[in-house]
Design a protein around this ligand. Structure first.
Ligand SMILES: Nc1nc2c(ncn2[C@@H]2O[C@H](COP(=O)(O)OP(=O)(O)OP(=O)(O)O)[C@@H](O)[C@H]2O)c(=O)[nH]1
Ligand SMILES: [Mg+2]
Length: 307
C-alpha cells in the first residue's frame, strides 16, 4: 500500500489565485469570441504569466495555431479545452507516490532553501501518515537556526508524534544518526528528518546535508528512501534553478511544492515537469497540517481551469 492514500481534496482551494488569474482571465478573453491570431497571442501571454514556462508555452501555442489554421478550432471556448488537454499531455507517467521501504522504517529526508516551507511540510506529511495509522518519528536536524527545534517540537506535540532532537548548534548528522537508531529500535513506520535551510552556494551546509544522508545510509543501506526537496511555488522560475543545484549535491527523489495557495503562478508545476526529471509528489496549499495533497496532474490541470 502506498503512502498518502486518504487525503481530503484541497487542491481546488489552493489553486484559487491561479484559477482566478489564468482561467478567469482566459474566460473573459475568449468567451463568445471567434478565435483569431491576436487572441492566440493573448493566450500565450497568459500562459507565460502563469509561469507555465517558455518551453511548454511555445509548444502549446504552436499546436494551437496549427489547429486554428486547419480549421479544427474556431471558437474561443474550444481553445481552453485545447489548453487543458495539451497541458495534461505534458505529464509523462512518473511514480509520484512516496517511497515505502520494504522493511520499516521508511526514511524521508527533507531539504530546501531557507523558508521554503520544509518544517511545515514535515508536519503535513506527519499528520497524513499518522491519520493513516502509521507510527511517525520526527528528527529535528535543523540545529542551525535559533527556534527551529522548538518549531518542530510544537508540531510534534500538536500532532502527537515523537521527536528526536539535539541542542541548538549540535551536529545535525548526530541528530539524524540518533533518530535513525531510535526509529529502528521503536519500530517506527516512518522517520521524517527536517533539516536547516541552505543555499547551494553554502558549500559547508551542502556537505552537511550529504553527511546527514550518509549517517542514515550507514544504518539502513537503502535509506533514505525519499529525499524530498521543498520548493516555494511563489518563487517562480528560480525554484527550478534551486532544484538543479540541490540535485548536484544530493539525489533528490521528489519535490514537495509548497505555497501554491500563495501564488497566481501555479503553472510552475508544468515548468518543473518540463525541465527537471524529478516528480512533483506532494503539493502544499496552506499553512495548516491538513493543507497537503498528493500531486495528480489531471486533477491539478482541471483545478487550474475549472471555476
Ligand atoms: N500559504 C502557505 N504558507 C506556507 C506553506 N508552507 C509553508 N508556509 C509558510 O511559510 C513560512 C515558512 O515555513 P517553514 O516551514 O518554517 O519553512 P522552512 O523551510 O522550514 O524554513 P527554515 O527552517 O527557516 O529554512 C511559514 O510562515 C509557513 O506557515 C503553504 O503551503 N502555504
Ligand atoms: Mg524549518
Amino acid at each position: 500500500m502506498g503512502l498518502f492514500t486518504a487525503t481530503i481534496s484541497a487542491v481546488r482551494k489552493g489553486l484559487a489565485r491561479t484559477r482566478e488569474a489564468l482561467a478567469g482571465g482566459l474566460h473573459s478573453l475568449l468567451q463568445d469570441q471567434v478565435l483569431s491570431d491576436a487572441l492566440i497571442d493573448d493566450i500565450e501571454d497568459y500562459l507565460i504569466k502563469a509561469d507555465v514556462g517558455v518551453k511548454a508555452t511555445v509548444a502549446i501555442i504552436e499546436q494551437l495555431r496549427e489547429s486554428f489554421a486547419a480549421g479544427d478550432i474556431a471558437r474561443g471556448e474550444d481553445a481552453i479545452d485545447f489548453l487543458k488537454t495539451s497541458l495534461k499531455a505534458r505529464f509523462t507517467t512518473m511514480n509520484r507516490a512516496l517511497a515505502v521501504a520494504p522493511q520499516s522504517p521508511t526514511v524521508i529526508l527533507v531539504a530546501g532553501i531557507n523558508g521554503s516551507g520544509k518544517t511545515t511540510s514535515v508536519a503535513k506529511i506527519a499528520k497524513s501518515l499518522r491519520d493513516e495509522g502509521r507510527s511517525v518519528l520526527l528528527a529535528a536536524a535543523d540545529t542551525f537556526r535559533a527556534g527551529a527545534v522548538a518549531q518542530l517540537e510544537i508540531w510534534a506535540q500538536r500532532l502527537g508524534v515523537d521527536l528526536i532532537k539535539g541542542e541548538q548548534g549540535a551536529d545535525p548528522a548526530a541528530v539524524a544518526f540518533d533518530a535513525t537508531k531510535a526509529a529502528i529500535a521503536r519500530r517506527s513506520d516512518v522517520l521524517l528528518i527536517d533539516t536547516a535551510g541552505r543555499l547551494h552556494t553554502q558549500r559547508n551546509l551542502m556537505d552537511q546535508l550529504t553527511k546527514i544522508r550518509d549517517v542514515v545510509t550507514r544504518q539502513i543501506p537503502d535509506a533514505p528512501h525519499e529525499v524530498l526537496l521543498v520548493l516555494d511555488a511563489t518563487s517562480g522560475q528560480t525554484a527550478i534553478a534551486q532544484a538543479e543545484e540541490f540535485k548536484k549535491a544530493i539525489d533528490v527523489t521528489g519535490i514537495f511544492l509548497a505555497k501554491l495557495d500563495g501564488t497566481a503562478k501555479g503553472g510552475i508545476v508544468i515548468a518543473i515537469q518540463d525541465t527537471l526529471d524529478i516528480p512533483v509528489k506532494l503539493i502544499g496549499v496552506g499553512e495548516t497540517p491538513e493543507d497537503v495533497e498528493p500531486f495528480d496532474p489531471d486533477a491539478f490541470i482541471d483545478a487550474m481551469f475549472t471555476s
